[in-house]
Each structure stands twice: as structure tokens, then as C-alpha cells.
Write a protein that binds this ligand. Structure first.
Ligand SMILES: NC(=O)c1ccc[n+]([C@@H]2O[C@H](COP(=O)([O-])OP(=O)(O)OC[C@H]3O[C@@H](n4cnc5c(N)ncnc54)[C@H](O)[C@@H]3O)[C@@H](O)[C@H]2O)c1
Length: 338
């Protein structure tokens, strides 16, 4: 039976891809975005869209009337920036959750799927280590705190008011529709945008920090299941591959190879609190949701390059305020070097 699905942050990268999938399944989809990030033309045809801020409780109360499943994707997902702009990041990441989920309770929404973040794990990966869901949450930056606080808030509200929830923990997703002119996040897209402009990539630290990068197409199947499978309710699940655990230097080399670009990265001091090893365990996603990695890192990057090439490279837009400017603030942002 068709459900009514609401997606916050639907003009964003992940939210718009979730919308595509849910529409294809035959459900009714509505959504909101305040355009802090994302692109307006990301919103797929067929989505009933409203430019609403998810922190606006009164508007969210009306927007969620008749909704069965809520995907809460809206956030300011700027982990590195969050130690310099903690008010901004917490407002859009935690406060948006508080208002949206309270409005969902009033409207008897049946299930809330929350896009959390691997920032919930902090430094626990250890050298070459991976994050698994049974690790305690130990965030080390305000963004991670906002995500973990949102998880706890949702669980408390679910227990109190009786709705189902699931927490998705995406790991460095990239692909078409990701904002590539945002200097504060999205390393793959930033590097592609710079190299297409003939500029060397800028790398924080030695570039040997490791991540599990997820091509967006592979994140959508588990997100769908978290919204619709009965047995997925109540779970926190990593979303990402565990076959390729690669360094930021490797990402730069892969993009340079695809573009035939002569690579000489610009290395700048590390960012405070940046986690060195953040790998993904996909064990739980495999057993609970039937997760499979279908696109290799190289193919995913090639598809992202093609998408950015087709739209054209763009100057970076310093659209978010730096709340704390001091000697710890990266020069790349203070002096707008990206
Ligand atoms: N992309 C990743 O690698 C990744 C990794 C971990 C977690 N996540 C989480 O997944 C979700 C989606 O991330 P994304 O990469 O698509 O980011 P995105 O920035 O492309 O999408 C987020 C959208 O939320 C919107 N938004 C922000 N504040 C809002 C508010 N107060 N009200 C309404 N809309 C608001 C933005 O305008 C943007 O379009 C986020 O919650 C993010 O924290 C993403």
C-alpha cells in the first residue's frame, strides 16, 4: 500500500536521492528544505516541495499532516566547521530534529528514519580501525554531539509516544547532486571542482587519514529498508562499504588519474579534532538490510566527475558564517583560499 513519505532536506544530496527511490516505489513524497545547502534543482519532479525551515515547529506541524514515514535528512553536516561555527551547526542539526520530531509525534507519524553520522563514534576507530554499531557513541566535535543528541532525543520520544525509529549512519557519501561549491565539506566534490579549474587539491594534514567512501547509489537501498522493513525498526546501522578503506591522498590520485591531471597537492595544517581513521563495518547492514556494494570507488568517482563536468566547475561559495575566528581557524577558510 502506498505511504505518504516526508523528507526534510529534500533539496540536499542524500534527501533528493531518497526521494527518487521512494517515488519510484509508488509512494507520495513531500519534503522541505531551507536551502542552507543543496541545490533547488536537486528536488525530483513529483515531490511536493516547500521551502520550510525544519526548526519551524508551527510550519512542520502543518507539513507533516497525514505523513506515515519521515526521513529526517536536514542538517548542517559540516563536521570540520562545527568547532568554529557550533551555533549554526547545532541549530540546523539538533534543533531541527527537536522541532521536526515533535511535529511528527503530533501527527502520529509511524516511523522516523534519522540520518545520523559516523561523527557519533569519534576517535574510536584506532589505527586502521573500523566503526561498528556496538561501539558506544563518543563524539569529539559539536556536529557529532548534535547527531548523537538527536539520536537520543528520538529514542526518548519514541519510547514516550510510541512511534518506530531507525538511525542511519552514513559514511562519506559522494556522487551526483552533492554540493561541490561548498568549501567547508565534501572532499571528493571539492577536489574535482578544483582540478576542473586547473587548481591543485588542498589536503589537511598529511592526507593519510582514512575513510570508507560510499557512492550514493549504494546508500539508497539500505535507507529504503530502514524506512519500510518491519524488522529494521529500532536499529542503528552503518551505511557504507567495507571493501575499500582509503586515504584522502588516494582519492586525490584517483581523481587526477580520471582527469589526466598532473597532481601536486597543497598540504596545509590538519584541522582540530579531525578523526584520523574512520572506517565502516558493513556487517550489520549486510545481515539486517541485505546491503551490497555494487559500485567501485573508481567508478563512483568517474560518475561524479562526469556530473560536475556537465554542470561546469564553479567558484566556491563561502555561504556559512565563521563564528569563531582565531589562530586555530584554518587559513583556507579565514583567507578563503579554496
Ligand atoms: N553525505 C554524507 O557523507 C553524510 C555522511 C554522514 C551523515 N550524513 C547526513 O545525511 C544527511 C544528508 O546529508 P547530505 O550530504 O545530503 O547534505 P546536504 O547538505 O546536501 O543536505 C542537507 C539539506 O538539509 C537542508 N537543511 C539544512 N538545515 C535545514 C533546516 N533547518 N531546515 C530545512 N532544511 C535544512 C540543506 O539546505 C540541505 O539541502 C544529513 O543529515 C547529514 O548529516 C551525510
Amino acid at each position: 500500500m502506498a505511504s505518504h513519505v516526508f523528507i526534510t532536506g529534500v533539496a540536499g544530496f542524500l534527501g533528493s536521492h531518497v526521494a527518487d527511490r521512494v517515488l519510484a516505489l509508488g509512494h507520495r513524497v513531500s519534503g522541505c528544505d531551507n536551502m542552507l545547502g543543496g541545490y533547488r534543482d536537486n528536488v525530483p519532479d513529483g515531490v511536493e516541495f516547500d521551502e520550510t525551515d525544519a526548526r519551524d515547529f508551527e510550519k512542520m506541524k502543518k507539513a507533516l499532516a497525514g505523513v506515515d514515514v519521515l526521513y529526517h535528512c536536514a542538517a548542517a553536516p559540516h563536521e570540520g566547521l562545527s568547532v568554529f561555527s557550533p551555533n549554526l551547526i547545532t541549530q540546523h542539526t539538533y534543533n531541527s530534529t527537536v522541532a521536526t520530531v515533535a511535529a511528527a509525534v503530533l501527527n502520529d507519524v509511524k516511523r522516523v528514519v534519522f540520518c545520523s553520522s559516523m561523527a557519533r563514534y569519534g576517535h574510536q576507530g584506532g589505527e586502521g580501525g573500523v566503526f561498528s554499531e556496538d561501539m558506544p557513541a563518543r563524539p569529539v566535535d559539536p556536529y557529532g554531539v548534535a547527531k548523537y543528541a538527536s539520536e537520543m532525543y528520538i529514542e526518548i520520544m519514541a519510547r514516550s509516544h510510541g512511534f518506530e525509529f531507525a538511525h542511519a549512519v552514513p559514511h562519506n557519501i559522494f556522487g551526483p547532486r552533492q554540493k561541490y561549491d561548498d568549501p567547508y565539506r565534501n572532499v571528493v566534490s571539492i577536489m574535482i571542482n578544483r582540478m576542473l579549474q586547473g587548481k591543485q587539491p588542498i589536503i589537511y594534514g598529511d592526507g593519510e587519514q582514512k575513510r570508507s567512501f560510499t557512492f550514493v547509489a549504494d546508500a539508497i537501498q539500505p535507507l529504503e529498508k530502514l524506512g519500510f522493513e518491519k524488522h529494521a525498526a529500532g536499529h542503528t546501522v552503518n551505511i557504507g562499504p567495507d571493501e575499500e578503506f582509503v586515504t584522502v591522498n588516494h582519492i586525490a590520485r584517483t581523481i587526477a588519474d580520471i582527469l589526466n591531471f598532473k597532481l601536486q597537492p597543497i598540504y596545509v595544517p590538519p584541522r582540530p579534532q579531525e578523526v584520523k581513521y574512520a572506517g565502516c563495518s558493513a556487517e550489520k547492514a549486510r545481515s539486517l538490510l541485505g546491503y551490497k556494494t555494487t559500485v567501485s570507488l573508481k567508478d563512483g568517482i568517474a560518475e561524479t566527475v562526469s556530473w560536475i563536468q556537465a554542470r561546469g566547475p564553479k567558484p566556491f561559495e563561502y555561504h556559512l558564517p565563521l563564528e569563531i575566528v582565531n589562530d586555530k581557524t584554518p587559513d583556507t577558510w579565514k583567507s578563503r583560499l579554496i
